[in-house]
Design a protein around this ligand. Structure first.
Ligand code: 6PG
Length: 264
């Protein structure tokens, strides 16, 4: 299947280049606390899908300590995972373990508001179970679409995001269940990921990207380079939500000329 170019964004993404990872964490933490408070004030709850991997760890840690920990409306916040490695929940590679260690073990989020992917099940059954969890838990808009208030995403240097990897892109573009199982192409590790379509229905989508290794993929996506057509991250195109790139200066790299001066 020849993959068409990603559909154009309803609105251009907001791209922020932060001086360093610590500045990115401080800005994202403050913006996330404000977004959560707005959501709860408007709708009574806030539903966020968390990114895995290494980049968001310090952001999650910052939410678990003052001043943000006191500002977050924990009882009205629901946390989900955007993707998971199919390993036991206490495994060193588990995204669930990472979020529990950096955030959940330190804040008064009710257990009923924590929605980990059920890695105790075989991958296909886990994906089906989480699809049901998402369908039951997420709010629907007037058109009946299930919508996260915020999806946090990391970015792989191969253009993957969540656990949506390039070899499986054609399947993702044709539509999948809300959560699907898949495979990390280098390691063969079984993975779970929320669907591209569900990501694109979110009201806000934030990419959190640090480090010079990500410059080629960041630039390729921001410039809509032809190579980006094979990258799942390039297909993160909110239908009517907002896409925000939070980059540190190292990841922004040569893409700085693409970023509006006020955000440099
Ligand atoms: C995962 C993530 C994955 C990650 C990127 C970036 O479970 O690994 O969801 O998509 O966000 O690989 O990882 P780093 O933040 O560690 O660079």
């Amino acid at each position: 299947m020849t993959i068409p170019p990603p559909v154009s964004l309803a609105a251009p993404p907001r791209v922020h280049s932060h001086a360093d990872p610590a500045a990115l964490v401080a800005a994202c933490g403050a913006e996330l606390a404000a977004l959560t408070a707005r959501c709860v004030a408007q709708g009574g709850q806030c539903h966020i899908a968390l990114a895995g991997g290494g980049t968001p760890r310090d952001l999650y840690r910052s939410l678990a300590r003052p001043p943000l920990a006191e500002r977050m409306p924990w009882s009205a916040l629901h946390l989900y995972w955007g993707d998971e490695r199919c390993v036991p929940a206490d495994h060193p590679e588990s995204n669930q373990r990472m979020v529990r260690e950096t955030l959940l073990d330190h804040v008064p989020l009710p257990a009923a508001n924590i929605h980990p992917m059920p890695v105790e099940l075989p991958p296909a059954a886990a994906a089906a179970r989480y699809t049901a969890t998402l369908a039951a838990g997420l709010p629907r808009d007037a058109a009946g679409r299930l919508r996260f208030d915020l999806v946090l995403l990391g970015l792989g240097s191969d253009g993957h995001t969540a656990s949506l990897f390039p070899p499986e892109l054609a399947q993702d573009l044709h539509g999948t269940p809300l959560c699907r199982s898949g495979t990390q192409p280098q390691s063969g590790q079984a993975r779970l990921s929320i669907a591209l379509e569900l990501i694109n229905d979110a009201r806000q989508i934030w990419f959190l990207v640090t480090g010079a290794a990500k410059v080629p993929v960041v630039r390729g996506i921001l410039e809509a380079a032809p190579a980006a057509r094979g990258w799942p991250a390039a297909w993160v195109r909110p239908r009517d939500g907002e896409l925000v790139w939070h980059l540190d200066r190292a990841a922004a790299g040569s893409a700085l000329d693409l970023i509006a001066p006020l955000d440099r």
